[in-house]
Design a protein around this ligand. Structure first.
Ligand code: 26V
Length: 805
């Protein structure tokens, strides 16, 4: 986009007047932020409209990425960068006496996701727009996103994330595109005069689905795609008017609340029946609304739905939108009059599915009675899909009942959503090579045997625009100065940095950039938490959701070990380190919350003990999310990717750190395996059990955590200290849950088992870090090799191999 400072300034001043009747001198920062956002929307509107018109006139095949989560974070900076007007706007505002950074900080962080899966969806829509692919994101406009986390006395306190407290400048409500989603009711079957069976749902509960569209600008390519988020509303007054008139106001309003509840909050706690029901409602709600609007668009164009798969690819991000399979069947059969076989052909060829985890507790299963009651017609269709599928199995395996029973979509009173997704898609992919192999050879082996061409790998990626250009303008400038700007459009060209890895002057500048990012993070920590950290110490960072398989526990056990070492030998030579953590724990996940408490307890002791003399510091940064990640990741020297091998499907934080020049300490898990292959043995520190060993132990036993404890004095000492309340501030039984997990439960994630190997790997890190030049060389190699992990690369593969666009 072409824009000069003067034009911008006059546009901005006019905007403040038309929106708020204020001048630059009278308006506060919030109004200025809103006006700037609205102006950006004006700037994008032409290209947004033009993009849609162009897709239509070119009859382009469209990709719809269905995801229950889009962790998009703030949008102002990325819109400014993608439109190429960041500098002009910065200068213009400066001349008007306003700091762009201050305005950007007013934008709420849209946290409509839990972690990696949701952030991946956000990086993917960014890449689709930047590659000019006609891709639309379909999701839910949650009234409240992922909870906000505060830490009080070491405990996680959750509060609602009211991200819409100031109006969302980026969205446009599309009342014209609203549609109806039907819950409950009774399916009535009757034969029509044409000899066909018709199904009509009677006495259902109608819920109005209203879409809100947000722009997704591509990187300087004139493309603006759409993220469409659906909101649930009542049709009409939304409450029982008769009841209201009779004076029973509260009861009348209650029904409105239950409708709004559908899109009220991200991932309700699904440990209760009510939570589960709400979750299933959310999943059907947005899947149905999304599919209805796709079909409506095609019908408007007069495109024959029997060829839907030629014009549309529907991608389902995990099983959350897996009801797309029976819902598309329902729409094609019940509403469009198609026969089963052609509807099935269209459905399977339209839908692709990505699996994001092998953890059994995360695989979705719905109780049949609940499913049937909420979605009676959809349940009938799932039964029919299963009847036909098990029929095929029976023919192929000569009536082998064991096979049938183990692969059936409906099993032991539950509907297995992963199986439904596999049967109803033409492509099933894992998110890293190792993960895909485990799916094919272990978890989903029989499905891979039955559908050998269906399974494939698509290693995850990250948007280098957000995670490098936006989060780290200092490093971006250094890269531009060294190899030019070509890498911005072709991230693989970061490899051109390879020729600087022996260049002393370049490495020195790289160290200066890292130090600057560490200083910036240190001031943030000082301002927010009142803790002083030393930017020249090694910044060792682990940021991700808190889960036992991710093993934040292993990290903090290592810190406790170092602390003991210092206490035993106050003069011990220890490479100064700052251990930084950021993690939210699922509100009902006590063991994870207990781990946060342990980290904070150790932090208190270590940070206040004068004997430590500042050699080690531990900081838990609260409320980790996209915006805080943008501050922390560029400051990392060491990236902690230490999950139990086989458990982390891919990881994407690993790629973000690598791209910002951190060196990784890792197990051979998820995409770490591919990072290792890219950078080679000398530029990553690998430790711990392999996934084969882990799986072997899981299948055949043979591991005894207590034996391990008995053998390792360092560990038994630490466990003893935890028991006796040594780390102060906490009562003696505070860490009971963790101790039980490690001993009575036999350390299911092999934390104790990998401890020794981890300590040795950390000693290697400390040794390497003392040589600043060779460390920065490793850092440079990591940046240079990170281009393959751009989500542009990933999306190109989805486009050619799955979506055929
Ligand atoms: C969800 C839950 C929810 C209930 C408690 C246990 C539990 C455990 C794991 C999960 C993860 C669900 C799927 C998911 O978010 N997977 C993540 O997807 C990322 C993007 O592909 C990937 O990088 C991460 O490795 C993977 O964990």
């Amino acid at each position: 986009m072409i824009l000069d400072t003067e034009t911008f300034k006059s546009d901005f001043k006019r905007k403040l007047i038309t929106m708020y009747r204020q001048s630059v001198d009278t308006a506060g920062d919030t109004l200025k932020y809103m006006a700037l956002g609205s102006l950006m929307m004006d700037y994008m509107s032409g290209a947004w409209h033009e993009t849609e018109t162009r897709y239509q006139s070119e009859c382009r095949k469209r990709v719809y990425y269905f995801s229950l989560e889009f962790l998009i974070g703030r949008l102002m900076d990325s819109a400014l960068i993608n439109l190429g007007i960041r500098d002009v706007v910065y200068e213009g505002l400066k001349e008007l006496g306003t700091d762009l950074k201050l305005l950007e900080d007013i934008e709420p962080d849209a946290g409509l996701g839990n972690g990696g899966l949701g952030r991946l969806a956000a990086c993917f829509i960014d890449s689709m727009a930047s590659l000019g692919i006609a891709g639309t994101g379909i999701g839910i406009r949650y009234r409240f996103g992922l909870f906000e986390q505060q830490i009080k006395n070491g405990y996680q306190i959750e509060s609602p994330d009211n991200w819409l407290k100031i109006a969302n400048v980026w969205e446009t409500r599309r009342d014209d595109e609203a549609c109806m989603v039907k819950f409950g009711g009774t399916p009535m079957l009757h034969w029509g005069d044409d000899g066909r069976l018709y199904v009509e749902l009677k006495d259902y509960e109608p819920i109005l689905a209203v879409p809100y569209d947000m722009p997704v600008p591509g990187f300087r390519n004139g493309t603006v795609n759409t993220l469409r988020l659906w909101s649930a509303e009542t049709d009409g007054p939304g409450f029982d008017f008769a009841m209201f008139s009779k004076g029973d106001h509260e009861k009348a309003i209650e029904s409105t609340n239950s409708v709004n509840a559908i899109t009220n909050v991200l991932y309700p706690d699904d440990s209760t029946e009510r939570g589960k029901l709400l979750r299933l409602k959310q999943e059907y709600f947005f899947t149905s609304a999304g599919l209805q609007s796709i079909l409506k668009g095609l019908k408007r164009e007069g495109f024959p739905l029997s060829r839907l798969h030629e014009r549309v690819a529907v991608h389902i991000n995990d099983t959350h939108p897996a009801l797309a399979v029976p819902e598309l069947m329902r729409l094609l059969i019940d509403e469009e009059g198609m026969g089963w076989d052609s509807a099935w052909n269209v459905t399977v060829n339209t839908i692709g599915y990505t699996n994001h985890t092998i953890l059994a507790e995360a695989l979705e299963k719905w109780n049949v009675p609940m499913f049937k009651k909420l979605l009676p017609r959809i349940y009938m269709i799932v039964e029919e899909i299963n009847r036909r599928f098990t029929g095929e199995l029976s023919r192929r395996y000569n009536g082998d009942w064991g096979k049938l029973a183990s692969m059936s979509i409906i099993q032991d009173g539950v509907v297995k959503m992963a199986y439904l997704a596999i049967v109803g898609s033409h492509s099933v992919n894992g998110v890293a090579e190792l993960h895909t192999e485990i799916l094919k050879n272990q978890e989903l082996r029989s499905f891979n045997e039955f559908y050998p061409d269906r399974f494939n790998n698509k290693t995850n990626g990250i948007s280098h625009r957000r995670w490098l250009m936006q989060a780290n303008p200092e490093l971006t400038a250094l890269i531009n100065e060294s190899i030019g700007c070509g890498w911005q459009k072709e991230p693989e060209r970061l490899s051109e940095l390879g020729r600087f890895t022996q260049d002393g002057a370049f490495l020195e500048k790289l160290r200066a950039v890292k130090l600057e990012k560490k200083r910036q993070l240190s001031s943030y920590i000082h301002e927010r938490l009142g803790i002083d950290v030393d930017p020249s110490s090694l910044f060792d960072i682990q940021v991700k959701r808190l889960h036992m398989y991710k093993r934040q526990l292993l990290n903090i056990l290592h810190v406790m070990y170092l602390y003991n070492k210092i206490c035993d030998d106050p003069k011990a030579e220890i490479q100064p380190r700052t251990f930084l953590f950021g993690a939210k724990a699922f509100p009902g996940y006590q063991l994870a919350k207990n781990t946060i408490k342990l980290i904070c307890t150790v932090a208190d002791r270590v940070n206040t003990d004068p004997a430590v003399k500042g050699r080690i510091k531990v900081v838990f940064i609260p409320n980790y999310g996209v915006s805080i990640a943008e501050k922390m990741i560029p400051a990392g020297d060491l990236s902690e990717q230490i999950s139990t091998a086989s458990k982390e499907a891919s990881g994407t934080g690993n790629m973000k750190f690598m791209m910002n020049g951190a060196v990784t300490i890792a197990t051979m898990d998820g995409a770490n395996v591919e990072i290792h292959r890219e950078v080679g043995d000398d530029n990553i520190i690998i430790f711990g059990m392999s996934s084969d060993e882990v799986i072997g132990y899981q299948n055949n036993g043979g591991y005894s955590a207590c034996e391990m404890l008995g053998k390792d004095a360092r560990l038994s000492r630490i466990i003893g200290q935890m028991k006796e309340g040594y780390f102060a501030a906490a009562p003696a039984n505070e860490f009971e849950l963790i101790i039980k997990h490690l001993t009575d439960d036999n350390d299911p994630y092999f934390t104790l088992r990998d401890f020794d190997s981890y300590v040795k790997a950390q000693e290697k890190v400390s040794g390497l870090y003392t040589d600043k030049v060779s460390w920065s060389r490793m850092s440079a190699v990591n940046i240079a090799r990170s281009g393959v992990f751009s989500s542009d690369n990933t999306i190109k593969r989805y486009a050619s191999e799955i979506w055929h666009v």
